[in-house]
Design a protein around this ligand. Structure first.
Ligand code: PLP
Length: 379
């Protein structure tokens, strides 16, 4: 690194006085000064910038510094921050009230759009986060199969659900926490974490426990350990094994949904999950999630069936309004082709730039999910 590079590097890492002040004041009132661990930059060093506002591809910190945002609230802002049509729809909804504890037509409208756009969904239930979606999907799978064991994959993160916080990626990976204290062993004893993309280990486990596994839950494109695409035959193999052993296949599409294709990974790879989980993108970044499946499975949920799951804020009208507009905008012709081309362009330029500087990288990309690994790879 020459002097100029070192200066610009430090220039990037160091935040302005207002962000600093906010961070140190927040640390006194909130653990790590943040509402979710990765935001503290604990594992990458430096101090986090505090956001003042965002618009389109740009995000601005409290000190007025401008950044190009490649994170986009971890995925949902495919159309950029503060999209005017989404904001307008939300504002209209806001003026009618914020939360009713009663159903609205917005839920129906968004449910219709999602069911139309995703290939293997007949019914769904709205919740408030990706974590709630995966937690509820596991409950449904266990109830439907009358079995307890869940297979997941190393480095796949499915939110901070007790039984799924085993060998997980995301903040758990970056903080080096192996699961978490506070989760009793009894709760994770039925969770089996196997290597991602290694079908044989799933086959071996199922052969030994043919009637025990309720579900296999997977990030169909791994994102939480950096982007790792499914090997050819991996997802198809999971489908076949689930059919063979009577287990349910859960696709956690919190990251891939409406992102790697309009109909998510299930559309891109032509594999049918039994249950699908969604997160923030279906509310254009508002606190929302959903899980869905066939009518037969979903009718097992209360109040029709016996499986209980509820939420005062579920189907929140402002989140639903944002989601409706977002889904409509995502249906625009050519949007995903354009996204693919732009992502390919970004990836190519990043590779060229690393080559020019003599830095060894592996760049993994699926659609607009992109990770640079500072490693020769393959990863
Ligand atoms: N599943 C996946 C694949 C995720 O990436 C995440 C969060 O990033 C979750 C589940 C949990 O979602 P949330 O943070 O909304 O609870």
């Amino acid at each position: 690194m020459d002097k100029h590079e070192r200066e610009s590097y430090h220039g990037f890492m160091s935040v302005g006085p207002l962000s600093k002040e906010l961070f140190y004041a927040s640390k006194k009132l909130m653990p790590g000064g943040v509402s979710s661990p990765v935001r503290s930059f604990a594992s990458v060093g430096g101090e986090p910038f505090f956001v003042e506002k965002a618009k389109g591809p740009k995000i601005y910190d409290a000190d007025g510094k401008e950044y190009i945002d490649y994170v986009m609230s971890y995925g949902p802002h495919l159309l950029g921050h503060a999209h005017p049509e989404i904001l307008e729809k939300m504002q209209k909804s806001l003026s009618r009230g914020t939360s009713f504890g009663a159903p609205t037509g917005f839920e129906l409208e968004l449910a219709k759009l999602i069911v139309q756009m995703v290939p293997h969904l007949e019914m769904l239930r709205f919740v408030n986060s990706g974590t709630e979606a995966t937690m509820s999907a596991v409950r449904l799978a266990r109830a439907a199969t009358d079995r307890n064991k869940i297979i997941k994959f190393d480095g796949n993160y499915h939110g901070h659900v007790d039984c799924l916080l085993v060998e997980a990626g995301s903040g758990v990976a970056t903080l080096g926490i192996p699961g978490s204290p506070g989760i009793p062993q009894d709760v994770t004893k039925d969770t089996i974490s196997l290597p991602y993309n290694h079908l044989q280990s799933v086959k071996d486990f199922l052969a030994k426990a043919p009637r025990d596994v309720a579900a296999i839950i997977v990030e169909p494109v791994a994102g939480n350990m950096g982007v790792v695409a499914p090997k050819e035959g991996f997802l198809e193999g999971l489908r076949e094994l689930c059919d063979q052993y009577g287990a349910l296949l859960i696709f956690d599409e919190v990251m891939t949904g409406f992102r790697v294709a309009q109909g998510g990974a299930q559309q891109r790879y032509h594999v049918r999950p039994d249950i699908t989980c969604f997160g923030k993108i279906i509310g254009a970044g508002m606190p929302v999630g959903a899980y869905g499946a066939s009518e037969d499975l979903m009718q097992k949920m209360a109040p029709v069936g016996q499986v209980y799951q509820a939420g005062t804020l579920s189907g929140n009208p402002i989140a639903m309004a944002a989601g409706i507009k977002m889904m409509k905008l995502l249906k625009e012709e050519g949007l995903y082709q354009n996204l693919e081309l732009r992502s390919q362009y970004l990836a190519d330029e990043l590779v060229k730039s690393a080559e020019k500087k003599g830095v060894a990288i592996t760049l993994n990309r699926v659609g607009c999910m992109v990770t640079i690994f500072f490693h020769e790879g393959p990863v």
